[in-house]
Each structure stands twice: as C-alpha cells, then as structure tokens.
Design a binder for this molecule. Structure first.
Ligand SMILES: Nc1ncnc2c1ncn2[C@@H]1O[C@H](COP(=O)(O)OP(=O)(O)OP(=O)(O)O)[C@@H](O)[C@H]1O
Ligand SMILES: [Mg+2]
Length: 405
C-alpha cells in the first residue's frame, strides 16, 4: 500500500487526508515534525518511506518552499503536493521549488482524490524508471543534466528564437556545458539561425547513439562554447527515424552535458513526443492569439492524458505585448495556466536571427535581451547571469562574450 506523508500541524486536515487516502488505497502518516526547520525534520519524514509528500495547510509559503526544495534535493523521485491556496504566485513558487501540484483547502474530496492519484501515478512512473535503470531514468539524482524541450502546437511562435537564446544564456551560466539539438527534423533552422555550417546532423548521431565519443564528433561547436546537433539537410531524410536510438541519443547527451536544449518542429510529432517523454523541463511557447492559446491548452491536456507529466513546465508568452491578441491576465484566467516568462515583440529578434546571432550577442541591453536574461535565470533557478554593462560601444562588445570577438 502506498504511503503519503503529510507535513502540517493541522490535525483536522490530517483526518480528512486519511479518509481520502483510503479511497486511493494509501496510508497517510503525519510525522510530528517542526514545520519550520526542514533540515531537522526531513529524516523523520523520509523514515516513513512515503511515495508522495503533501505540504500544508498551515505551513507558510516560504517554509513550504524550503521543505520542497530540501525534498527535491534529496529525493527528486518523491512527488510533492502543496495543500495551500493555489494563487498564481503560489503556483509559481511551488513549481520552481519542485512541487508537482497545488490544491487548496476549498478543493472537494474528488479533486483531492484526483490530485493524490496523479501524484501516486507519477511516483509509480518514477520508481519504474529508476528501477528499470533504462534510458528513461529521467528524474533520478545523478542521472545527468537537464533536458529542456521547447515546444508549441502552433508554428512560428518563437521556439527557435527561444532555444537558441536559451542555449547561449545557459552556456554562459554553466561555464560551457550545453548541447542544443534541432529536432525540427524536416525544417530545422537552428544552424542557420546561428550561422553554423554543420557537417553532421542528428541522423549521424542516431547511428552511434550509444557511444559518447562518436556522438560528440557529430556536434557542431558554436563560437560561444555550446554544441549543436543540427537537423538533417534534406527534409526527406527525416522520414526513417529510429525512435529508440533517438531516446538513447538524448539520454547520452543528458549524461554528458549540464543542459540539453531541444528545439522542435511545429506541433507535436513523434520525435517531439520522444523528447517530451524524457524531458526534465518543457517550455511551451505561445503567442497571444486565441488559436495559439487554445492549441496550447489542448496540448497540455493531451500530454496529461498520455501521462507525459514527469517534468517541470514553463509557459512562455512570446510577443506578449502584441496589440492584437489576448492580454496575459486573460490568457491565465481562461486557461488556468500561469505564464512564467513574457517576452516582448522586438526588432532585435528578426535582426539577430537573420544575421545568425542571438539577441544576447546582438542587443543584450534591449527589452528583449533583458527579458531573455530573466528567462535564463528563472530556468537556472538563481541569479546567475552577468548583467550587461551600462557603458556603450566597445565595452558592450566585450561583455557580449567569449567566442564573438
Ligand atoms: N519576440 C519576437 N519579436 C519579434 N519577432 C519575433 C519574436 N519572436 C519570434 N520572432 C520572429 O518570428 C519568426 C518565427 O520565430 P521562430 O523561427 O523562432 O519560430 P518557431 O516557433 O521556431 O517557428 P517554426 O514552427 O517554423 O519552427 C521569426 O522570423 C522570428 O524572427
Ligand atoms: Mg523553429
């Protein structure tokens, strides 16, 4: 029988969770730990071998975050659910800390049952992945870096813009441990957007997917220090992909690099699903038009149905200030999703992409440059990027960085 540990001083909620626990076939334990010092209570909680941990109610948000981060650090395989009123800001803090779900006291028993079932299902999947030790050991500690998959159901939303800039920014903060994979197998333009002329592509990588040295030989270095696995030159070649090899290739890259950023084609195709299945992070990019928002909502629902849920999700609103289209607050209200990153419309984007450069290299002090820098810091989870210098002219060029001089 599964065990759920409740971290909360609230005995009434403990009783409620115990009765709901019976419905999902789980025993609920409420270890008598001080809620304020996770470091002191963590061992006692884990001693109960919980499959899921519920934090709150009556736990202040900063303490809930501390518990969640501590758990995430030690046992990333145990899903954490917050029983705290799900305000948008709470969601943000919870997800950043590593929680899987937020459910308020006003939730019905049915909603609570559904949330616990989801968490237990995730736990089962994670346990299976850890035990199989297969290529899908996606959430195990020490199983490699982060695999960030950039997707959007609608084309032209800014995936390639985001993935190339993310790769550049993450490369700066990780000191050069980033691979960028172009899984837009038919029409990928990562290489063009970065002014690279790759000799090899993902197709070469697939053939040697188990061999780190050989795979590395098929990466194309960007002058700033990250590595690109380019899309095939010929769209027809994208037809006969072996998805087992693709899974292996992504796992291998993840083992070798701190960050693997995956750009994908419009929509959700087989290659994208393969990447989503092993992602640690999924960045959904959308523009503000209704059709794009509806498509995004559908994609999220389908991913949940397919139980593609073992990752952190980031919602990126591109061209957030577009005059036509929905306002961010309307989008959040209508979809129930919280936008993590809002990027403005900016001339710097087409200008830099057309020159084969990132915005970080071309125009770091623009509104877009600053927004992208914030996005990178959010992904990393700390304030890690160097701020652009205030001086203009040559100094700016020097900040721009390593390989661009
Ligand atoms: N914030 C922005 N401001 C101005 N132009 C932008 C912005 N984001 C993207 N663009 C422009 O929109 C176009 C599409 O961007 P991008 O290629 O990144 O989208 P995509 O999602 O990768 O498209 P596809 O689905 O075709 O791969 C490009 O011409 C790019 O310069
Ligand atoms: Mg693209």
């Amino acid at each position: 029988m599964a065990r759920i540990a409740l971290i909360s001083p609230d005995q009434d909620y403990g009783d409620r969770l115990r009765s709901v626990g019976r419905v999902v076939d789980a025993t609920v334990v409420q270890p008598p730990v001080g809620i304020n010092v996770p470091e002191a209570g963590l061992a006692a909680v884990l001693a109960n071998a919980p499959g899921v941990v519920v934090v709150g109610p009556d736990v202040p948000i900063d303490r809930a975050r501390a518990w969640t981060e501590a758990l995430d650090e030690l046992r990333p395989d145990i899903p954490v659910v917050w029983a705290i009123e799900p305000e948008p800001e709470t969601w943000r803090v919870a997800l950043l800390a590593g929680a899987r779900d937020v459910i308020g006291a006003a939730a019905t028993d049915d909603e609570l049952v559904a949330a616990l079932r989801r968490a237990l299902a995730i736990r089962d999947r994670r346990e299976e992945a850890l035990h199989v030790g297969s290529s899908s050991d996606l959430l195990g500690a020490g199983s490699g870096g982060r695999l960030i998959v950039v997707v959007s159901p609608k084309g032209g939303s800014g995936k390639t813009m985001l993935s190339t800039n993310l790769a550049w920014g993450l490369n700066e903060v990780s000191g050069g441990s980033v691979a960028l994979v172009d899984l837009d197998l038919q029409f990928g333009d990562v290489a063009t957007s970065l002014q690279l002329r790759p000799e090899y592509s993902v197709l070469n990588g697939l053939k040697v997917a188990g061999d780190p040295t050989a795979v590395k030989a098929f990466l194309t270095p960007h002058p700033s220090g990250f590595h690109v696995m380019a899309a095939p030159n010929n769209p027809a070649e994208a037809d006969n992909i072996d998805y087992d090899s693709l899974a292996k290739l992504l796992d291998l890259l993840r083992a070798e690099f701190d960050y693997v950023v995956v750009d994908t084609g419009a929509g959700i195709d087989e290659a994208t699903l393969c990447a989503l299945d092993r992602a640690t992070d999924v960045a959904f990019v959308t523009t503000t038009d209704l059709a794009a928002i509806q498509a995004l909502r559908k994609a999220v629902v389908v991913m949940d149905q397919l139980e593609l849920t073992a990752h952190r999700r980031w919602y990126v609103l591109n061209r957030a200030d577009a005059r036509v289209g929905l306002a961010q607050s309307d989008i959040e209200r209508s979809t129930g999703l919280t936008i993590d990153v809002a990027l403005p419309s900016s001339r710097s984007v087409p200008t830099s992409m057309n020159q084969g450069r990132t915005v970080f290299e071309d125009d770091p002090r623009s509104a877009m440059g600053r927004a992208l820098r914030n996005a990178v810091e959010l992904f990393v989870g700390r304030s890690a990027m160097k701020a652009p210098r205030q001086e203009t002219g040559g100094l700016l060029g020097r900040w721009i960085g390593k390989g661009t001089q």
